[in-house]
Structures are given as C-alpha cells and as structure tokens.
Design a protein around this ligand. Structure first.
Ligand code: PEP
Ligand code: MN
Length: 338
C-alpha cells in the first residue's frame, strides 16, 4: 500500500502519522515526495478505506507487485549486507568459490586456499546435496560442515552451504555464515520461514522454472519472517535448449536490479553446466551488473564427486577474477566516450 500525503505536511506531522500507523500494526517506510509505503503484518488483509480518513493522507494506492519488503519501492537504496566485517552488494563486488560438494579435508582446504588467492571472499561447499538421483553422492552432512568451517577460518573466508529442510537450519547456522537455498527448494515455504528466524545471510537460488516474481515472492517469505539479509541468485533456467545444462538468464540481473534492492549473484557453473562456458559467462554477468559470482572449483575438476563437467580449475578461477577486475574498471571508467 502506498499513501500519498499532502505535500505541505511538516516532518512532525508525517512522524505523528507514522506513529499512528505503527500503533495500527503496520510498518511505515517514509519515501521521497511525502509518501509512505506500508507493509502489513504477515497474513493480515487491509482495505484502502482504512487510511483515507487519516490526517494528511490524500491518496491510497495498492502496490502492483505482490512483494513489498523485497521491492525497490519500499527500499530505494541498494541493500548492503554486512557479514563478519565484509560488505556484500551495493557496489561491493564479491566472489564465492569452492567445490560443488565437500569431499575431504584435503579437498576443501586446498579449495579454500585457491579461493582466497584467486580473489574470493567466501568459500562454498555442499554438505547436504540435492542430487537428482538417490544413488549419487549425497554429501558429508555435519562432518562436511565442520571441514568447511575450519577451511574457511584458516583462510579468512566467509562460508556458504546449502540447507534442504527446516531441521537442518539451526545445525548449519552453527557452522556456516551464509545459508544457501537451492533451486529445487526455492518454494519450500517451511524452509523459507525457518530461514526468516536466523540472522545469517541467505543465498536464495532461482528455481528452474521460476519467474522473477516467483523468486521475489520466495525472498519475501524470508524477509517477512524477520531476516532482511537475502541475496538473490540467478543460476539458469530450463528452456528448450539441451546443449547447455541450463540457460543462464542474464536478463535477470537487469530486471532484478530494477525491481529489488537486494544483492544479486550469478552462478555461471549451474547456469551453463559446461566448464568452457564459465569464464565467458562470468564476464558477461559482470558486464550486466551483477553484484557477485558463485563458481564451482576443485583441485582436480574431473574427479569432482558432483558437477564435474562444470567445475573449473584453480587457475581458471583466478583468471576469471583478474579479467572481471578489468571489466569492472572499464565499466567504471568515466573517461571512455562511446
Ligand atoms: C549447488 O550450488 O551445488 C546446487 C545444487 O545448486 P542449484 O540448487 O542451483 O542446482
Ligand atoms: Mn553443484
């Protein structure tokens, strides 16, 4: 709901109106041009008429989008997420790298060192793996989370790992900084609600066939349940094309930038499924304006227990980040005239 106020209303009068709205159990967000955006409580229905009689309210309109807290209308400035002294989003570019799955201490330690040396600020690694086949490696579970925590700590990196069900959230939050929701669980609403209760940033991956609105509504669940630290991840969608594992939808970067204030990360590993595509599509994502990248690396990519075909070497990762810097520099350059 958007309340357009009398332009002559003083700051004190707007403040008084905001207090009144808070007593009515709404969350008012003041905006430029004497406007108040209103977020209703979870599960609460409201009618426009309820506001028209309030002092200073000239016009009441429904928001077109169903998502509120995730919308740029409610939060015009980009969100910058702070995690253990690191800033993510809003111009603070960040790279996340690591293996698809945590496989052993040697593997995750070597990946952590290479991730840091290559320029990543966070180490990824799956301990609970959502595999399409029940016969494939399912992850190391809690033991894997401990290895990830130790490897990240040794290199001064944040850590990222996926949770698949509500019961894993509290356990994973004890070991990991950023909790990932996988594409297959983007609309696992009981999981999203549980993630609203923790303070850890959430890396929310777009479902294979989810629209931007579906993704933003999933983010809204986490935000509405109390956790403001959501990072959105474009990881490719299903299309008629079969040459690549998925089609990396870079429109998402531009569209989400317009629609939401939340940081956006691109995953060219799952988005393409092909090792040789990861570099070029990382750079394309940077050019499109992504806030971050998440890339699968492994000491011996061909021996990865999951997602080997899309996993790249340590050297290839370091080169991507070097090239990414050049692209960012070129884009920031004020002296280039086209
Ligand atoms: C992963 O990050 O390893 C993963 C399983 O990703 P997605 O959920 O995007 O398939
Ligand atoms: Mn993977």
């Amino acid at each position: 709901m958007i309340l357009d106020l009398d332009p002559n209303l003083s700051d004190r009068e707007v403040e008084a109106l905001s207090e009144r709205l808070k007593r009515m159990k709404f969350t008012p967000v003041r905006q430029a041009g004497n406007r108040i955006a209103l977020v209703q409580g979870v599960g609460k229905q409201v009618r426009k008429e309820a506001f028209l009689h309030l002092l200073g309210v000239k016009k009441v309109s429904n928001l077109e989008q169903k998502y509120k807290l995730a919308s740029r209308l409610f939060h015009p400035e980009p969100t910058v997420i702070e995690c253990r002294g690191r800033k993510l989003g809003g111009g603070h570019f960040f790279a996340i790298a690591g293996p698809c799955s945590i496989e052993s201490k040697e593997q995750i330690d070597a990946s952590a060192k290479a991730a840091r040396e290559g320029g990543a600020i966070a180490l990824r690694g799956g301990a609970f793996k959502p595999r399409t086949s029940p016969y494939e490696f399912q992850g190391m579970g809690e033991e894997g989370l401990k290895l990830l925590r130790d490897a990240g700590a040794a290199e001064g990196l944040l850590t990222v790992s996926e949770v698949m069900e509500p019961a894993q959230v509290e356990l994973a939050a004890r070991y990991v900084d950023i909790l990932q929701v996988g594409a297959r669980n983007m609309q696992n609403f009981s999981l999203l609600k549980e993630l609203g209760k923790v303070k850890n940033p959430i890396l929310l991956k777009r479902g294979f066939s989810a629209t931007y609105q579906d993704l933003l509504m999933a983010a809204e669940y986490i935000l509405a349940h109390g956790n403001p630290n959501v990072i959105l991840c474009e990881r490719g969608i299903r299309t008629f094309e079969t040459y690549t594992r998925n089609t990396l939808d870079l429109n998402a970067v531009c569209a989400l930038r317009e629609l939401t204030h939340l940081p956006i990360v691109v995953d060219p590993s799952h988005g393409t499924g092909l090792r040789s595509f990861v570099g070029p599509m990382s750079l394309a994502a940077i050019a499109a304006g992504t806030d971050g990248l998440i890339i699968e690396i492994h000491p011996q990519p061909d021996r990865s227990l999951s997602d080997a075909q899309q996993t790249i070497s340590f050297e290839a990762f370091a080169k991507i980040i070097r090239d990414a810097r050049l692209i960012r520099l070129a884009l920031d350059s004020k002296s280039v005239e086209l």
